[in-house]
Design a protein. Structure first.
Length: 168
């Protein structure tokens, strides 16, 4: 049974391991295997900075003690941009196709609608990541633009969609 919760400091090492592992499971993420920029101490600090933060959130999808997925809303605290949260999500390969991504996004969007700050959610995804694009469209995101050749991997360029959702 998958449960959903915010992280605590004791999750930091597992979060770092999760991100470093899933980076090698697909080429669709913005990072590769072992490219997660935070170590455990920095992840603890990041988790602590989320406590009481009105417009930034991290949610973990847990299968017992194992992280199945992570989703985040990241927003600036600057007055002109704090209404716009950037969505990031990754579900481990072995947990894909089970509705975890949908549940994470649903919970994040509900939180955004209730926090009194976030009025818009944005994300970027590769144009050839058809499953992700379909998922985002299901939630009402629209393609707002396309960044040509934004990603280069193994001498192949990939385009990125910029997608957005105005919250009602």
């Amino acid at each position: 049974m998958i449960t959903y919760r915010t992280p605590i400091a004791a999750d930091a090492e597992s979060i770092v391991r999760f991100y470093n592992r899933v980076g090698g499971e697909t080429t669709f993420l913005s990072f590769e295997k072992d490219e997660y920029p935070l170590d455990t101490a920095a992840q603890i600090s990041a988790i602590q900075n989320l406590e009481g933060n009105a417009n930034n959130l991290m949610l973990l999808a847990m299968d017992g003690e194992e992280i199945a997925g992570i989703a985040t809303i990241s927003s600036t605290h600057k007055i002109k941009g704090r209404h716009d949260g950037e969505l990031g999500i990754v579900v481990a390969q072995k947990y894909q196709g089970q509705g975890i991504g949908s549940e994470l996004i649903s919970r994040l969007l509900d939180w955004c609608r209730s926090n009194g700050i976030t009025r818009r959610v944005t994300l970027m995804t590769r144009t050839d990541n058809t499953e992700a694009v379909r998922l985002y469209l299901k939630f009402g995101f629209v393609v707002e633009g396309c960044l040509k050749n934004a990603t280069l991997l193994h001498e192949q360029y990939y385009d990125l969609y910029i997608m957005g959702l105005i919250l009602e």
